[in-house]
Design a protein around this ligand. Structure first.
Ligand SMILES: Cc1cc2nc3c(=O)[nH]c(=O)nc-3n(C[C@H](O)[C@H](O)[C@H](O)COP(=O)(O)OP(=O)(O)OC[C@H]3O[C@@H](n4cnc5c(N)ncnc54)[C@H](O)[C@@H]3O)c2cc1C
Length: 441
């Protein structure tokens, strides 16, 4: 008979490592299964930004304490150690295809002066390594290089199987297997969700770049009139070297166009790629509840696009505590972890509409090159700081809103397009890309 754990965690990313460590520190018997040989080796693209101290995200006001070297979650009352470097940046700038006009979110100069509120990038590998080692100290049993393929409700709880032949039993299982969650598929959770799209992209870390006000996140859109059409990109300071930047784009052809032929090419005078990461993301609407057949879902696994590392830590932590509560109340079932389910529904589902998140990528596809240049040119006021992806589009609209009379007069066709482009319409607009995706249903 296989060994019975209190909890079997599937996935050793941010949410899984936090869940396993917390459960083990609270005295539970914990196993964690991870596909990679080293959980701290980051292969998947991640901008590694702290979404902190500026915006309520999941109704939390997380910040980083330099003195204590900790991320602090004051609302949910816990901390996460982080003994790595960070690099501040000061604003979020949307850049037009002409590489000149920009819409500014956040006051770059104020934030750079030390009197404002900078954001930061951090080293995710160091965060994961710290969590892994703390889990090890607390007694988590790690099973690395294991690909979980199967999970099933049993009389005692849940059975988890791997492609390598392991069979583990837990009273609960935590699904922390990320955005393309196999467990969301196997448990049938994806059948209750709406498939949105499959998105692939690469991120090169680059040096030899040169541009003004470089310590910001740039959400740019370039334009290839011959072949590619709109080419959105993201450029952001890297935590690994002072002269290095994270360059995120949908593919290599787009990268080559941007750096060699576009209006932005003078930003890259001596371009060198230091290393590369990539990702493929299947986007689904969020689940109705993060639970199915004694599998508790955390992090990206049942959410839309990305929970962010802050959301992954929060949900991993909360789920582990809820499991402790359930076991000690003698309720090893849905009722026992109701605190987690309700918390997730209230602070994730009810307060974050995934259609708002979808609006920004779609905004990059809706207009012509000339219209983008025009819109970026007329919005000259600085907009309040946010890095919350659920608020980016509405922040842009706050910038454009006061200029609508002028747009209606000067560009009536553009005014009509803007009026049509509303979050309620987004699912209709996204239908053509949904049809060509690869859902893991
Ligand atoms: C382009 C991009 C930019 C981003 N930028 C930011 C940012 O700036 N700031 C931020 O905080 N977040 C950012 N994120 C989001 C962040 O990376 C994720 O939200 C976070 O990593 C989610 O953590 P997780 O533990 O839920 O999943 P993951 O980190 O994806 O971890 C899942 C783990 O499960 C393992 N696994 C998967 N399937 C199996 C299986 N079948 N068996 C065993 N193991 C398995 C994987 O190997 C992995 O280790 C970004 C994401 C992307 C794609």
């Amino acid at each position: 008979m296989s060994k019975l754990y209190d909890v079997v965690v599937v996935g050793g990313g941010t949410s899984g490592l936090e869940a396993a460590k917390t459960a083990a520190e609270n005295g539970l018997r914990v196993a964690l299964l991870e596909r990679k040989s080293d959980p701290a080796k980051v292969q998947r693209s991640c901008a590694q930004m702290f979404l902190m101290n500026m915006d309520s995200f999941y109704e939390e006001w997380m910040y980083f304490s330099k003195e204590q070297q900790k991320w602090v979650f004051p609302v949910n009352n816990f901390t996460v150690n982080y003994k790595g470097p960070y690099r501040s940046f000061y604003a979020c700038h949307f850049i037009a295809p002409n590489a000149k006009d920009r819409i500014e979110i956040g006051d770059y100069e104020l934030n750079a002066s030390g009197n404002g509120r900078p954001a930061a990038v951090f080293d995710k590998g160091i965060l994961l390594k710290g969590l892994y080692e703390e889990g090890q100290k607390a007694g988590v049993e790690y099973f690395l290089e294991r690909n979980v393929t199967f999970v099933q409700r049993t009389a005692r709880g849940v059975t988890v199987k791997t492609a390598e032949g392991d069979v583990l039993e837990g009273t609960f299982c935590v699904a922390a297997d990320g955005i393309n969650s196999r467990l969301a598929k196997v448990t049938g959770l994806n059948k209750e969700r709406r498939f949105i799209n499959t998105r692939k992209s690469i991120s090169h870390y680059v040096i030899g770049v040169e541009f003004e006000r470089s310590e910001a996140i740039f959400l740019g859109i370039s334009w290839d009139r011959e072949k590619l059409g709109p080419v959105p990109f993201c450029l952001l300071p890297s935590v690994y070297r002072d002269d290095e930047y994270w360059f995120f784009v949908s593919g290599q052809e787009q990268f080559d166009f941007l750096t060699q032929r576009s209006n932005f090419k003078h930003w890259f005078p001596r371009l060198e790629i230091t290393h590369t990461r990539a990702n493929v993301v299947n986007n689904w609407s969020p689940a109705r509840e993060p639970f199915k057949d004694n599998v508790v879902f955390v992090g990206d696994s049942c959410w839309f696009s990305e929970a962010e590392n802050s959301g992954a830590l929060l949900s991993g932590h909360r789920a582990a505590n809820a499991i402790c509560e359930a076991l000690h109340r003698g309720l090893p079932n849905r009722e026992g972890i109701m605190n987690y389910i309700l918390w997730w529904q209230q602070t994730w589902l009810a307060t974050h509409d995934y259609r708002d998140f979808l609006c920004y990528p779609l905004f990059n596809r809706m207009f012509t090159e000339d219209e983008y240049n025009y819109l970026h040119h007329i919005v000259t006021q600085k907009l309040p700081w946010t890095l919350n992806p659920f608020k980016l589009y509405s922040r842009l609209m706050e910038g454009i809103g006061p200029h609508m009379d002028r747009i209606r007069q000067e560009r009536p066709a553009l005014a009509k397009k803007i009026a049509m482009f509303r979050p309620e319409k987004v699912l209709q607009l996204v239908q053509p890309v949904s049809r060509v995706g690869f859902p893991n249903v």
